[in-house]
Design a protein around this ligand. Structure first.
Ligand code: MOS
Length: 696
């Protein structure tokens, strides 16, 4: 398909794009939160005697909201529900004033006392327990074949434990909402990843009909998972607006983004691989545990990829959580496979080294004919193509497998490879297509543009289906009167919304009795119509966990090759080049897709060597609740990136042939870098992020 530039670009560049915090209403009160300063305990008093020119609401003042699980709530502990403190940073009061400055100052004057404060229980100290969680996608334990027999049949066994760090999403735009009750209708200008879900959840929380809640969200300034579920800011603002009878605006501070919209929890994972001398896997075991807040058992579904990536007569996976004292985690790009593929793909490299087999060849040798866990056929699977094409492009055949065999001045040079794969999440989606007398096409969707270039994807599909010039297609988005969309999360938009747009555009052609490419103005005139509107929808045939439809194993794939340079004296690590080849179904807008994968690779680099939200053990809180204390890659970190797709088209995944790409790009990078570090230095680093101290 043709590469299209961003439809939303001019609006963003000129400031015309309106974000939630840009919304205003007469008489608006600005809210500031008073966060709990202890990790556990009970509020005993809230002293507001020093507060001036502001209203303070506590758990005594807010309406009771309907209890709901997480998900769809970010955290099932609703804000200001009672006097219990479940995590540091939990709102214990909300302060309302006429200006942001007044509200912040007043919030600082609120004095809160606590008792029953006990030392926090930390990840690594609690018991691993089987999660009973709505966050669990499928079963906690999965097994096929006889693991002990597989290990007994192995000529080589590698086993190691790997850890990944706590990470925060930190989208550029923090959570923001303007909540206004107009008679019995609640209008929310909100920064969310799923407006329709937000509408349904808020309606249930407040016990009002869904059509009494309007969520307006044309643009979201990034989310990466932190705005997927409904987090405290939203019900808090809506409840405060109800109590005061005035519109309430709440914009989280950067510090609050570290406690009130989730994080990717630390994981500890052990992989065991058994293989024959010629590199056939005989057994795979993947045991995983992640840090979870005491409620809700947030589960990082780390072991999924291990159930379908490689052929083995025996595969056993198990996921556990530790219920500890911390804010609630949530999915973060890339959830599940982001942390989960790192140990598997590191272990494959360890095995390749032990066996003396090239790591690309080892992976190809274990390519399964069908999903090893379920036996279902793959809808489409191009991992081998990604590995071969990536290796060719990278020049992999020049690699001397010996660690420390390559050097450039002071730098040890290493080459590493890893495979990537991702769950495929699918959700119903709908869209409306209108054609006017001049042949202009307008597509309407409730989805928001989150930074991925969604409007141009919609434009591309409409233009392709109708056979018209993309220039004649405009896209309107983020209005609650437009057809709903499952959410810009889980890499779902291309396949879901793309398929809905395709269905709507086909419906237009059907109604006009026209074929793709027929001039639409003529067809409309011939039909005697001033304009024509059609709605299209698509829903997957079954609800889907981990890319398993009733009939097929539906996943995306990739192969990442990286070159690192490690200064032998200083331990400084640089990624001097990277090649990623991906197979993710049909690519609807090559330009946007290229950007997504490039961004994903940079994000994966961050996971590998920079990102780490330190959890302070005595205080039971994230230590650096600001961007200065949370290191992410900048342009100077990134050199040569070469990303591209291998041809793929998956009509079993979706009618439009697309799967998801946004999260896939962030998978596998950390393993490829760690493997390259081993090749450069002979040191196997199994704990992310890789630190200078690991390389000295
Ligand atoms: Mo994604 S972690 O579902 O935004």
């Amino acid at each position: 398909m043709k590469a299209l530039t961003r439809l939303d670009g001019p609006a963003k560049l000129t400031g015309a794009a309106r974000y939630a915090a840009d919304a205003s209403a007469p008489g608006t009160l600005t809210a500031a939160l008073v966060p709990a300063t202890v990790p556990t305990g009970r509020v005993t008093s809230i002293d507001t005697s020093q507060v001036v020119d502001a209203t303070v609401l506590t758990h005594h003042d807010l309406p009771r909201l309907t209890p709901m699980p997480s998900p769809p709530l970010g955290h099932s502990v609703l804000p200001l529900r009672d006097d219990l403190v479940h995590y540091e940073g939990q709102p214990v009061a909300v302060v309302l004033a006429d200006s942001w400055q007044q509200a912040r100052e007043a919030a600082r004057q609120v004095r809160v006392t606590y008792d029953d404060v006990r030392p926090p229980l930390l990840f690594g100290q609690a018991e691993d327990v089987v999660p009973h969680s709505d966050h669990l996608l499928g079963e906690a334990d999965e097994s096929t074949g006889d693991l002990q027999a597989g290990l007994a049949a192995a000529d080589r066994i590698v086993e190691a434990t790997y850890t990944t760090a706590n990470r925060h999403h930190n989208p550029m735009e923090p959570w923001a909402v303007l909540a206004e009750w107009v008679d019995d209708e609640l209008v929310l200008h909100a920064s969310v990843q799923a407006a329709a879900l937000t509408q349904a959840v808020v309606a249930e929380l407040f016990g009002v009909p869904a059509d009494a809640v309007r969520v307006i969200c044309p643009f979201t300034g990034g989310g990466f998972g932190s705005k997927g579920y409904v987090w405290p800011a939203l019900p808090l603002a809506a409840a405060a607006a109800r109590v005061t009878g005035r519109p309430v605006k709440l914009v989280l501070t950067r510090a609050e983004m570290f406690t009130l919209s989730g994080h990717q929890p630390a994981t500890r994972q052990t992989i065991t691989l058994g293989a024959t001398a010629d590199g056939r896997l005989t057994a795979i075991r993947h045991l995983s545990s992640n840090a979870a807040a005491r409620v809700d058992d947030y589960t990082e579904n780390t072991t999924h990829g291990t159930t379908w990536l490689y052929a083995s007569p025996a595969i056993h996976t198990a996921m556990r959580v530790q219920r500890v004292d911390r804010p609630q985690p949530t999915p973060m790009r890339a959830p599940h496979e982001g942390p989960g593929i790192f140990p598997l793909e590191s272990a494959m490299d360890e095995l390749a080294h032990e066996l003396g087999i090239d790591p690309v060849e080892l992976r190809i040798r274990n390519e399964p004919a069908a999903d090893p866990m379920t036996g279902r056929p793959f809808s489409s699977r191009k991992l081998v193509e990604c590995l071969r094409e990536g290796a060719r492009r990278f020049g992999w055949s020049e690699r001397d497998p010996e660690p420390r065999s390559m050097r450039d001045g002071h730098d040890l040079v290493g080459w590493g490879v890893a495979a990537a794969t991702m769950d495929t999440f699918r959700a119903p989606s709908a869209a409306r297509v209108r054609v006017d007398a001049a042949g202009r096409v307008t597509v309407e969707t409730g989805a928001q543009e989150i930074g991925t270039g969604l409007p141009a994807m919609v434009q591309a599909v409409a233009a392709e289906t109708l056979g018209c010039d993309p220039e004649s297609v405009q896209v309107r988005h983020g209005d609650p009167d437009f057809p709903g969309h499952g959410g810009t999360m889980g890499s779902m938009s291309a396949m879901g919304l793309g398929s809905a747009v395709q269905a709507a555009a086909r419906e237009v052609l059907d109604k006009l009795g026209a074929d793709p490419g027929d001039p639409l103005a003529d067809a409309l005139a011939a039909a005697g119509l001033p304009e024509l509107t059609a709605e299209g929808r698509w829903a997957p045939e079954s609800s889907l966990a981990a890319g398993r439809s009733a009939d097929h194993s539906i996943h995306t794939y990739g192969a990442i090759f990286v070159e690192v340079r490690v200064d032998e004296d200083l331990g400084l690590l640089r990624m001097s080049r990277a090649v990623g080849r991906y197979a993710a179904g049909r690519i609807l807008n090559p330009l946007a897709a290229h950007s997504q994968m490039t961004g994903g690779l940079v994000w994966g680099y961050g996971q590998a060597v920079l990102e780490h939200s330190v959890f302070e053990p005595a205080l039971g809180r994230f230590l650096s609740k600001n961007l200065a204390g949370y290191v992410v890659p900048v342009n100077a970190d990134i050199r040569e990136l070469d990303v591209a797709f291998v041809p793929d088209d998956d009509r079993l995944a979706s009618p439009v042939g697309a799967k998801g790409i946004g999260e896939l790009g962030a998978v596998g990078v950390a393993a490829a870098i760690a493997n390259a570090v081993f090749h450069a230095t002979g040191r196997r680093v199994r704990d992310l992020p890789i630190k200078i101290a690991d390389l000295l």
